[in-house]
Design a protein around this ligand. Sequence first.
Ligand code: PEP
Ligand code: MG
Length: 764
Amino acid sequence: MIKAPFQDEHVPPTEPGLRIILRRLREIIEEPGDGQSRLDKIVRQIAGLMVAEVCSIYLKRQDGSLELFATEGLNVTAVHRTFMKRGEGLVGRCAEMAVPINEPDAQSHPAFSYRPETGEEIYHSFLAVPILRSGDVLGVLTVQNKTPREYSDEDVEILQTTAMVLAEQLVSAGIPGANMAIEFSRRVGHVVRGQSISDGIALGHAVLHQPRVVVTRLTADDPNAESLRLETAITELKATVDEMLGSGDLAREGEHKDILEAYRMFANDRGWQRRLKEAIQSGLTAEAAVERVQNETRARMLRQRDPYWRDRVRDLEDLSDRLLRILTTPNAGGSAADKQLPHDAIVIARNMGAADLLDYDRTRLRGLVIEEGGGQSHVAIVARALGVVAVTDVRRVIERIDAGDPVIVDGNTGEVFVRPTGDVIQAYSDKVRFRARQQRQYRSLVGRPAITADGERIALQMNAGLPDDLIHLEQSGAEGIGLFRTELQFMVAATFPRGDRQTQVYRAVIEGAEGKPITFRTLDIGGDKVLPYMRQHAEDNPALGWRGIRMGLDRTALLRTQLRSMLRAAEGADLRVMIPMVSEPEEIIAARAILNREIEVLRRRGVGEPTRVQFGIMIEVPSLLFALDQALPLVDFASVGSNDLMQYFFASDRGNPKVSSRFDVLAPSFLRALKSVTEAGKRLGVPVALCGEIGGRPLEALALIGAGFRTLSMAPASIGPVKTMVLGMHAARTEAAVAELINKGGHSIRDGLAAFAASEGIEI
Ligand code: PEP
Ligand code: MG
């Protein structure tokens, strides 16, 4: 069994010492007197009880700098006159990283910042701990001694616990300046930047996906009663984790199995429990003990070199939060679905799975803000499918937001405005009104076919992935579903959907489409699309790894079951099946043989068949661009997956903003490649569409029509804007302009094409 970092050899702190400090702190806080005199007494007490020559309190100011608020041992004249800039010196570093700093000879440390006014040159050993309250750093508490020595673990723990109690007392006793940093950061507005994953603008009020727990009762007189409370809560916690692991309902809970395994490991960890008990013995309540140990373990784990443990910090925090909720709220569990949502909810989450998002009442959901980036593609796809504006990778957003705060999410720029000012609200309200006007205009076009000024018919279809998406088919006026990503159904399911369940879903989609064509793509798992219940080997380059049809041809049972389910669901209707990630014609031959065999089986069994089965491929791997003459004759249709084709074409990860914006989809080289596909389609008589994200952007769609595409599949919300563009364009003139711009070369034809569109009066 792996040993957690808190399972080290550990000497419990001398409880009486800590208990005395905590008791004295409480007494001082309760004594009459002004804030400054109480702080002065506090530092004197701590210095005395910890046998330190110096004890100082630095508090954070509005700009993030630290101000010396009280000291025992340093020059008193330096109080309120010594400031450390954000991150400056060892004190600044302690506040910035929210970890203890223990230096036997502080002055020889490269980060040491000498302040002559304090007279600290004679003190060598230095210990600083952050004054933390619910994750916010309020300031720093330090002790110093003349003799160079490293403070013991016990000293560090005592000072940490003291700092935690101090934090609460400072805020609740209203010591002037003490909660300045918190109040300030809670009062002023912030703009935080992230990465957009679903376009649009959302104005609303914050709902914390996992509300922060604020521990207000810190000290207790009866350690036995607190230990009992803790034990009961841990038992309940363990039961919840076991239940989640055992229920097989992992996807609904939105947690992956290995995360839950890690939870179980922590929940059963003796080291963790022992530390909690020790903290209680020192005079803390059960919930304060959890917070105290959480702070300390977080710091300890973040110091680990092994990335495994650093990644586990989040698991431990989630587990501690669960325990805190059990201890502080009578009815803890509560899923998103039970939450009272405002009518304009903007959900703020540290991280989130697709299933969690689906738990929310969609009619009240406006926006989604995720703090952690990476690996969020499936949430992105679901957010887009639900029409929820979403931004990810928004660093440190949670600490700046309280539930109920007004928030604006700009899904076009990736900006999140927390407590926006009046002007920002005004500007965004205007934008929203403008968009609503546009939407009304788009709705008026729903029944109208997309025909260019010179009579070219352009088929505009939509992308989908969940049965719920079907409502958009009618609302958007899409002519069909050009790409049905079947993996979404697998990603939000608890376990691998069995054949009959798959048949039900596909049948519901076919019925819901009321005769409009649907192109079902077989499972495209791998890369950034993971199934929580399917163990996969870690790959160095998952996007280049075992995904799409590669997996289907290796795990034929999987592909066979899916094809059979589709064939059954499409009884009496037309079926269009498409395979993803094709790299060579042989894969087409192999997949088609499997499909034919399944048709044969159904026929032999006398089960009803589809009226027609059409078989197609995604063109998204560049090798296929050089095998079109061999590949296209093997299929009934093809669709370009420009999202993937683009990333493989430029060797530029589609999920990595550092490189994904480096190349433009309107690069002459890429457009030339796309043109070669439409030309091959025409030459060989095989219809070729495009279903990547670019089809939904008017200027890009103009370029695509100019490159010969006549069928585009896109997010439902893009159909209106693209149709408006199509109605104003002249296809032949656009083809000529695009050909000329491609020949000119350069990084991108974007500017040239935009100028052309403007000269033609095309609405982009
Ligand atoms: C694509 O790659 O362009 C595509 C449509 O498929 P996905 O985004 O699901 O990989
Ligand atoms: Mg793809």
